[in-house]
Design a protein around this ligand. Structure first.
Ligand code: PXL
Length: 261
């Protein structure tokens, strides 16, 4: 069985973060191990509190896993602060980690900071150069590229600007974009591909969509798919999971069944 390591924060509601990653990776028939960076207190509505582990504990989790287990892909989610970003980037580089998917999250859906400003800088400077795929949503792509994004062409231009920080591929997820809801744009050095949704998007305020998308991309890379194929499969999976989203408490979570059934 192929194996993915996810490096991310805990969402005790199970909709986002480590818990969502574990389920999403498992749903692809891939084994998931996890390194926790941060703990949030949240339910299906909002984040109430957040704190981060000391970087040495993040390092210790990573090292004991990597010393013992061969991983076929890695995913990073919430990294919290600059210390953790620098540590994770250094570990991935030193181990020459294959198939690294970076979900460059800065804020929760409800607006809570998931990474400080210095961390955001380091993400581009240190983590992007070791990434195979970076998966910003529109807001993240605007902040990473410095561009205002109001069209598919602007998504492509921002993707190309983010490529310059060193990842092999970038996929900007459109989500709620009013100019093209659910349309994503994939770029690598040689390719630009506009990925249309397979059905009209319905998203009744689900959180964790970015986590599940990037976790499935990592799982598909671990299975040996090329980045564009992995992204295409993850998009199909997410669209089904959104159609089948289920009510949880006062919000909604994605349905991530085994093998997409
Ligand atoms: O959806 C982004 C996200 C990722 N990881 C953790 C989170 C959130 C959003 O709240 O809490 C741990």
């Amino acid at each position: 069985m192929k194996r993915v390591m996810t490096i991310a924060g805990s969402d005790p509601s199970g909709g986002a973060g480590i818990q969502a990653d574990l389920k999403a990776i498992h749903s692809q028939g891939v084994y998931a191990a996890s390194v926790i960076t941060s703990v949030t207190a949240q339910n299906a509505m909002q984040v109430h509190a957040v704190d981060h582990l000391p970087a040495h504990l993040v390092r210790a989790q990573f090292e004991v896993l990597a010393d013992d287990i061969e991983f076929h892909a890695f995913k990073t989610g919430m990294l919290g602060n600059a210390d953790i970003v620098a540590t994770v980037a250094e570990l991935l580089a030193r181990r020459q980690a294959p198939n690294v998917v970076v979900d460059p999250l800065v804020q929760s859906t409800s607006g809570v900071a998931l990474l400080d400003d210095e961390g955001s800088e380091l993400l581009r400077a240190k983590l992007f150069p070791v990434a195979t795929v970076v998966t910003p949503n529109l807001g993240e792509a605007e902040s990473l590229s410095g561009d205002r994004i109001d069209s598919i062409e602007a998504m492509t231009a921002a993707g190309r600007r983010i490529l310059k920080f060193g990842p092999r591929c970038v996929v900007i997820t459109g989500g709620h974009a009013d100019f093209a809801p659910g349309t994503d744009v994939y770029v690598d050095a040689a390719t630009t591909r506009v990925l249309e949704p397979d059905s009209p998007v319905s998203n009744p305020g689900v959180h964790g969509t970015g986590c599940v998308f990037s976790a499935v991309v990592a799982a598909r890379l671990a299975l040996g798919e090329a980045p564009l194929a992995a992204v295409t499969q993850a998009k199909l999976f997410l669209s089904k999971a959104l159609r089948n989203a289920m009510a949880l408490g006062s919000g909604f979570v994605l349905d991530t069944p085994d093998n997409g059934d």
